[in-house]
Design a protein around this ligand. Structure first.
Ligand code: FES
Length: 226
């Protein structure tokens, strides 16, 4: 049977993987964590997502300055792992920290939507590739909360939805399935096919699948990711 090598190298340092000091700090002392559900009207918006990969759930609550279009407060809670806790804690800090604020009222919503998983990784000093999907939970919950806000305030043109395009009609594989496979560490065509069976017996679909794998790899992983 083919042996898989454990993913234990920190690509930032080249060392055998140990959680960085920043990850440990945010895991042991998470910032902006909300341990109890707030009153319905206490926050302006809320969002919840679950990871299909592991059943973990993330909730985010926001206070928004409507006049300045900024996020004043970002609170969260999760059943996710240490990496999900550390990355969401860091995301909440990045959005609300004073030295990143363009005004007194927090980060602009459009700026917050531009934060990429790699930006959070950089601040945390990295995570193992197989933990990258945990960092996406906070971002997805933030987007869900912002969609909630856009609906409440009738800014329908700002609502973003996850694409669900069928790539392989035979196996009903969607682009979201390929994204999930990449997030789970399937970084090659073969690895994605092993998980999803996409484009098996359909060589005409392979260029599209490879393009999507490249896109999601660049979106979520560092460029030297193998
Ligand atoms: S959140 Fe599920 S393994 Fe990290």
């Amino acid at each position: 049977m083919k042996k898989t090598k454990p993913d234990i190298t920190n690509k930032n340092t080249g060392d055998t993987w140990i959680y960085t000091q920043a990850v440990k700090e945010h895991f042991f002392q998470p910032k902006n964590l909300l341990l109890e559900d707030p009153e319905e009207t206490e926050y302006d918006a809320q969002g919840m997502v679950g990871s299909p990969a592991c059943g973990d759930v993330m909730r985010v609550w926001l206070k928004i300055d409507k006049k300045n279009d900024t996020i004043k407060e970002f609170k969260w809670r999760t059943f996710g792992c240490a990496s999900a806790i550390a990355t969401t804690s860091m995301l909440s800090v990045m959005i609300t920290e004073p030295n990143n604020q363009k005004s007194e009222e927090g980060m602009k919503i459009d700026e917050a939507l531009k934060i990429r998983p790699q930006d959070i990784m950089k601040r945390l000093g990295g995570l193992p590739d197989r933990k990258i999907h945990c960092s996406v939970l906070g971002d997805k919950a933030l987007r869900a909360a912002l969609n909630n806000w856009f609906r409440k305030t009738k800014q329908f043109d700002r609502i973003t939805t996850a694409s669900q395009q069928i790539i392989d009609p035979n196996t009903k594989t969607t682009d979201a399935d390929i994204e999930e496979a990449v997030l789970e560490g399937a970084l090659t065509l073969e690895a994605v096919q092993e998980r999803t069976k996409v484009a098996i017996g359909r060589p005409d679909l392979i260029p599209k699948v490879e393009e999507l794998i490249r896109f999601y790899r660049e979106k979520y992983f560092d460029p030297n990711s193998k």
